[in-house]
Design a protein around this ligand. Structure first.
Ligand SMILES: Cc1ncc(COP(=O)(O)O)c(C=O)c1O
Length: 370
């Protein structure tokens, strides 16, 4: 049955975070109190400007502009590029397979750190490409020498995530420059899904220096539009043009385009979200530090999530995941959501204070063996 594409056989589909409704129903916790800390969404909700536009949208009886022209123009003018340098998709996740198909052939290698956002290797594998995994160092820091040394001719695409997921570590622009220089014949895909939370401009300006770079961004995170499905890539017109042939013609609906355009102008919502998340990140890191010997936070996250290390030797990530669920806290079990992470890590979103307090109370209460 799978003879035409053996890479699809017995593959696990993506494992998403659980829903609030499921946890509320299963454990009898009021919906509003469930702390959903597994999908890195915006706890302050959607950009109000986007919501207003989407709710009052007309024109849904007409086909949209198939290229998402109004959104490409908006993104281009916001970041100082031309519309033909922008490609839009139903989230970054829709664009990754086009990049893989346009810039590598079956059997070619695709380079990435591990653990990383699982979609990179899943898409590469389902398209018959071969992921090359570069492991992390002791404190899950990047092993740059290994990564750079792995950029060989049979590698066609190299992935970077900034800040990285699941660690939240920020990659300085000079390091990205080094990768772009080493990848002379490869395409560098720089995924900046969480860049707003880093308090930097990210690598968008590097597009002026390098022609082998595509910068990916999403409306799912700081703009609070994960359910609307919009992401984009910016690069040279030459790199974007082939992707337009792979893009399903009508993938960008009127509502997606209109919502994203409004969200890009919603500086107030973005600023508020970034400031409050930064404050809560410091708050929860300090609370977890007080549980020294049982848990610790990996590195200094620049993201709206952190990676919790379980130091208690009798507790593992799956036990902790289930115990947290019973207490109305949804997180990502590192051993299920990320290959190569093992049984001692959880990725946990930074969110509202009441959710951070619920998390810390639960972590304090849960002891190994129980
Ligand atoms: C690193 C990273 N990139 C991209 C995405 C998905 O973005 P989108 O919702 O635009 O498909 C995620 C989602 O969790 C992510 O963690």
């Amino acid at each position: 049955m799978y003879q035409d594409n053996p890479s699809l056989e017995a593959k696990e589909a993506y494992v998403p975070g659980l829903t609030k409704e499921y946890v509320s129903r299963t454990y009898g916790i009021p919906l509003d109190e469930v702390a959903k800390l597994g999908s890195a969404e915006n706890p302050f909700g959607p950009s109000p400007k986007a919501q207003e536009v989407v709710m009052s949208a007309g024109k849904i009886d007409n086909y949209p502009d198939w290229t998402a022209a109004p959104l490409r123009e908006k993104i281009a003018s916001k970041y100082g590029y031309k519309p033909e340098q922008v490609i839009c998709g139903a989230g970054e996740t829709e664009i990754f397979p086009w990049i893989i198909r346009a810039y590598s052939s079956k059997g070619d290698k695709v380079l990435m750190f591990v653990p990383a956002f699982p979609i990179y290797h899943m898409v590469a594998e389902s398209e018959g490409r071969v992921p090359v995994f570069i492991g992390m160092g002791e404190d899950l820091d990047f092993k740059w020498d290994d990564y750079l040394a792995a950029i060989k001719p049979d590698v066609r695409i190299v992935f970077l995530t900034n800040p990285h997921s699941p660690t939240g570590r920020l990659i300085p622009n000079d390091r990205i420059r080094q990768v772009c220089k080493a990848a002379k014949d490869q395409l560098v895909v720089l995924d900046e899904a969480y860049i707003h939370y880093s308090n930097t401009n990210g690598g968008m300006d590097l597009l002026k220096e390098f022609r082998n770079l595509i910068v990916m961004r999403t409306f799912s995170k700081v703009y609070g539009l994960a359910g609307l499905r919009i992401g984009f890539g910016i690069s040279t017109p030459e790199i974007i043009a082939p992707l337009m042939h792979l893009k399903p013609t009508w993938n960008m609906g009127q509502l997606q385009t209109a919502g994203a355009i409004a969200a890009l102008d919603d500086d107030e919502h973005v600023k508020k979200t970034i400031a409050e998340i930064a404050e809560m990140r410091a708050y929860v890191i300090q609370k977890i530090a007080a549980l020294k010997g049982r848990y610790s936070v990996v590195g200094q996250p620049s993201s709206n999530f952190l990676l919790l290390r379980i130091d208690d030797p009798v507790l593992d990530s799956t036990t902790l995941f289930n115990e947290l669920l019973k207490r109305g806290v949804i997180v990502k079990d590192g051993s299920v959501s990320f290959i190569g992470l093992g049984k001692r890590y959880m990725r946990i979103d930074v969110s509202l204070k009441k959710h951070m307090d619920r998390l810390v109370n639960a972590l304090t209460e849960i002891r190994g063996g129980r």
